[in-house]
Design a protein around this ligand. Structure first.
Ligand code: NAD
Length: 495
């Protein structure tokens, strides 16, 4: 919990111009380039971040490689690595309020959610993988008597982590923590739209005793610093979360350079399916509203397509609208508000353009659709509900990544599953039903990385988040994520 007094004590603290972290030293970009950081709360400049050049990326990769080969971290005894990672988690918790408010000033997430989902979740992720370090074993394979076959797990080398602007600490930790636990060095590229909390995290990692060069941070433009990472011949893995378009570019970069291993966590257009036998329609409507509108819809797993059985369609939409109307949108650092700001002006313009296109395509605007609080200079948008959204429409097929939901009616379970699977994406889903068999059947038939039943959202560090289809590959979280950052090596020993 955080009080308004605590928030107000942190919300106006000056923020120094931010630098790159390379080899344990904070430094300016090699050509002195910077990017202005604009707060979505009021559109005002907060500070600047350094715009890394490809030469800076080279330096960061060299420092990561050097320390990896020297073994300061990669060969440190498990107990030593565990201690540092637990210390990082301790420092995140100690600085949780500061980190949360800093992140909100940068990306506009409502403070209550930011506190829980950002430092709270990041600290838990560091602890989860800290604990794994001395609990995940290699293997001895069954062989003939005269052979001993050992399967070693080894760190891969240099991991490039490229992350987006929504939940930067949480998603950053999903990459950094397992990569470090496995013994790798990391070069982190935060989004140009939300770098501040990750830069502070890097500072805390140094304070916790992470050896210099093991974690490097190159802020800046995706097309420059991100692309330089994608093309770098000495990065072994890129773990990426962001849009499908950037994911495609990274695949191309990997193919054109060293065929680096690529893990992609991309967008979603997640179906939230409400069957007529749902136990409590109003509860389903309330949770569904939160499932799309929290963080202004800037949640990769947001339930952005609601599929409703026709017999309950009108009653459901009425309730969904009633819950949307109750949400108070405004300053994300006012704890009385439910929903904060859209992260950038560009994102807000994109959200509004989706509304225009949906209307032009013939969908029915039931609620919202407009910018709010323009006088503040910040970027705010009404929760927006469309009905009569056909499966061929832009709003049904493409991710808005904003507070806009498409509602579509269906008649049968088969049709619902067909609609649910009717896009190129497959990140998350939900089904609401009191029929146990139908719940299991639809979990089995819907192609997405997670299917919620009678809820929307909710997850733990010990379960994977892994996209299907064009939502990506590999998994963040759980021990499966640890495996991504390891090589398996067999020692075949003749006895
Ligand atoms: P984005 O693809 O624009 O940017 C993501 C990161 O990639 C940023 O750090 C950016 O600087 C970098 N980048 C941009 N161009 C690049 C290039 N050419 N080469 C290398 N790096 C480059 O995405 P975004 O707008 O920051 O994030 C929103 C997207 O992320 C949405 O599609 C959302 O669904 C997705 N997302 C997915 C998950 C998940 O777990 N699957 C989680 C959160 C967000």
């Amino acid at each position: 919990m955080i009080t308004q007094v605590e928030i107000d004590g942190l919300r106006n603290l000056p923020i120094a111009a931010q630098k790159l972290l390379i080899g344990g030293e904070w430094r300016n970009s090699s050509d002195g380039g910077v990017i202005e950081v604009i707060s979505p709360i009021d559109g005002q400049k907060l500070t600047t971040i350094a715009a890394a050049t490809s030469a800076d990326v080279d330096d960061a990769v060299s420092s990561a490689r050097e320390v990896f080969e020297r073994g300061d971290w990669s060969r440190m005894a498990p107990a030593g690595r565990m201690k540092v990672m637990h210390k990082i988690a301790d420092l995140i918790i100690e600085h949780a309020k500061e980190l949360a408010v800093l992140g909100v000033r940068d990306n506009g997430t409502e403070i209550g959610m930011a506190l829980k989902a950002e430092p709270g979740s990041a600290a838990g992720t560091f602890r989860f993988y800290a604990e794994a370090i001395d609990k995940v074993y290699g293997e001895i394979a069954p062989t003939a008597d005269n052979v001993l076959a050992l399967v070693h797990r080894e760190p891969v080398g240099v991991v490039g982590a490229i992350v987006p602007w929504n939940f930067p600490l949480m998603i950053g930790a999903w990459k950094i923590a397992p990569a470090l636990a496995a013994g790798n060095s990391v070069v982190l590229k935060p989004s140009e739209a939300a770098s501040l909390s990750l830069l502070r995290l890097a500072d805390l990692c140094l304070a916790a005793g992470l050896p210099a060069g093991v974690l490097n941070v190159v802020t800046g433009n995706g097309a420059v610093a991100g692309e330089a990472m994608g093309l770098h011949p000495d990065i072994d893995i890129i773990a990426f979360t962001g849009s499908g378009g950037t994911g495609r570019r990274l695949m191309d970069c990997a193919a054109r350079s060293n065929m680096k291993r690529l893990y992609l966590e991309l967008g979603g257009k997640s179906p939230n399916v409400i069957f007529a036998d749902v136990e409590d329609l109003d509860h389903a409507a309330k949770v569904s509203a939160a499932g799309i509108f929290r963080n202004s819809g800037e949640v990769c797993v947001a339930g952005s397509r609601i599929l409703v059985e026709r017999s309950i369609h009108d009653g459901f939409v009425e309730r969904l609208k009633a819950h949307a109307e109750k949400l108070v949108i405004g300053d994300p650092l006012d704890i009385a508000n439910n929903i904060g700001a859209v992260t950038t002006k560009q994102q807000l313009d994109g959200d509004l353009a989706f509304v225009e296109r949906a209307q032009a395509e013939g969908a029915t605007l039931v609620y919202g659709g407009k910018q709010l609080h323009g006088e503040s200079g910040g970027f705010y948008m009404q929760p927006t509900i469309f009905t009569n959204v056909g499966s061929d429409m832009d709003l049904f097929q493409n991710e808005v990544f904003g507070p806009v939901v498409a509602v579509t009616a269906f008649d049968t379970e088969e049709e619902a599953v067909g609609l649910a699977n009717g896009t190129e994406l497959g990140l998350a889903a939900a089904v609401w039903t009191s029929n146990l068999s139908r719940a299991h059947r639809t979990v089995r038939n819907i192609k997405s990385g997670v299917v919620h039943v009678n809820t929307y959202g909710g997850a733990g560090n010990n379960v994977p988040l892994a996209g299907m289809k064009q939502s990506g590959n590999g998994a963040d979280k759980s021990l499966h994520a640890l495996e991504k950052y390891e090589n398996l090596k067999t020692a075949w020993i003749q006895l």
